[in-house]
Write a protein that binds this ligand. Structure first.
Ligand code: PMT
Length: 399
């Protein structure tokens, strides 16, 4: 029986390959058993001997290496690890994985890895123009949508002497992500979580609508994190450009009325409901059948949309309800009022006036308020990390 968690470290041929040795050293120091697979191009930048010396393990370089214990080494290598990290991941490596190509040991092993049992983190690293190339961006989005973890490249001076985005994520940051993923509990196994995300669109005529700035990032992060913690996740989302988190049951909607209908139907299956969607409170009383023509001033009558969360709260049963409050003033007072009015167990209050919080940002800055009067101020963090913090609290209160 193995005593250490195993990391498969894939190195592809980019200048940042030299940092893979530092990453391996950090992983070994943190107690991981590290097995390295190098592509032929990676060996132009760093030697297998260096990786062998740092990890204390033989390095795998070829599909047909006499070093392999069996004739199906790519399958053995894919079965063993608890997590795989490809650092650096070149444009070529990302493209091959996105297309399902397997023409060397690493790309073959990657296709043989089951993401449900072995998470794979990709650390892209390349010149900014290459990184921003639509083909590379599309591959990254595709891979993220399939459930690969993307370690965002940093900005700075690149090997090509340009300044921009494309530096491989810092080895310490990669180590932290590996540790966070492997230490994460599957504490929502067997639970059904309904998450709402994104804005709603309230049509005015065939070409115009009212909406808000919600991107869906907070709700999608919650859905992804809930899947990672073992839940069955029902995601009901207004229009969003984001890739769908792997493993969710997805119900796209447009208007608040549509979201209301779908949520009231699906909520019967859920024990935990998290409403991160920014639902438009009002909609035009009439949707004009034809495009409204320019003329003089125009007065519109708006009517109230159903309050979905309040409707769930009024027939709460044993469900655990989490709401969000997006406020520009009197944050805590308004959040407490919403929690009481909607019969919630917990509310996540975003202070929209603070840098890095709220709509469309990658990060959020929130206060968590609970029905029993407890309050927790959270530091600035990514929406993904916040999603895990919220779910950890939900799990502790519903376990
Ligand atoms: O999507 P992002 O760009 O990542 O942005 C995230 C976010 C800022 C949208 C998110 O973190 C957030 O705060 N969502 C709730 C915003 C909001 O609409 O707050 P509210 O105070 O208007 O509503 C309070 C709660 O009632 C929310 O849980 C909301 O989903 C729910 N509600 C509101 C109105 C309505 N008609 N029906 C509802 O269910």
């Amino acid at each position: 029986m193995k005593t250490k968690k195993t990391v498969l470290l894939g190195i592809t041929g980019g200048v940042a390959a030299y940092k893979a040795a530092e990453l391996a050293r950090l992983l070994v120091k943190a107690g991981f058993d590290v097995h390295t697979v190098m592509t032929p191009a990676a060996k132009e930048f760093i030697t297998p001997l260096t990786m062998k010396a740092v990890t204390g393990n033989p390095v795998f370089e070829s599909l047909f290496d006499p070093l392999h214990r069996s004739a199906t080494a790519h399958i053995d290598l894919a079965r063993d690890p608890d997590i795989a990290v490809i650092a650096p991941a070149t444009a070529n490596a990302l493209g091959k994985l996105a297309l399902g190509m397997a023409d060397d040991l690493l790309s073959t092993v990657l296709l043989a890895i089951d993401l449900a049992t072995c998470p794979v983190l990709l650390a892209p690293s390349m010149n900014t123009t290459m990184l921003m190339n639509p083909a590379v961006q599309e591959n990254i989005r595709r891979l993220a949508a399939r459930g690969y973890g993307i370690l965002e490249p940093g900005e700075g001076l690149l090997a090509c002497q340009e300044i921009g985005k494309g530096r491989m994520a810092d080895p310490l940051e990669i180590l932290a992500r590996v540790q966070a993923i492997l230490e994460r509990k599957r504490d929502l196994e067997g639970r059904v979580v309904l998450v709402t995300a994104g804005p709603t669109r309230e049509a005015l005529d065939p070409v115009r609508f009212f909406t808000n700035y919600s991107s869906g990032k907070m709700g999608y992060a919650l859905a992804r994190a809930a899947v990672e913690r073992g839940a069955r996740v029902i995601l009901v989302s207004g229009p969003s450009e984001l890739p769908l988190p792997a493993g969710v049951e997805f119900y796209p909607v447009s208007s608040a009325q549509e979201m209301h209908r779908v949520v009231m139907d699906k909520v019967l299956e859920a024990e935990i409901v998290i409403k991160a969607a920014a639902v438009c409170d009002y909609r035009p009383e009439l949707i004009q059948e034809e495009k409204i023509k320019k003329g003089g001033d125009l007065a519109l009558k708006l009517v109230r949309n159903p309050d979905i969360l309040q409707a769930i709260g009024s027939e709460k049963g044993r469900r655990f309800l989490v709401g969000f409050a997006a406020e520009t003033e009197d944050l805590l007072e308004n959040a407490v009022q919403k929690m009481e009015k909607k019969n919630l167990d917990m509310i996540v209050a975003n202070d929209l006036k603070r840098e890095g919080a709220g709509f469309a940002a990658e990060t959020n800055l929130v206060t968590l308020l609970y029905r029993d009067g407890q309050l927790e101020e959270m530091p600035l963090m990514s929406k993904y990390d916040l999603a895990h913090c919220i779910l950890e609290r939900v799990s502790a209160r519903t376990g």
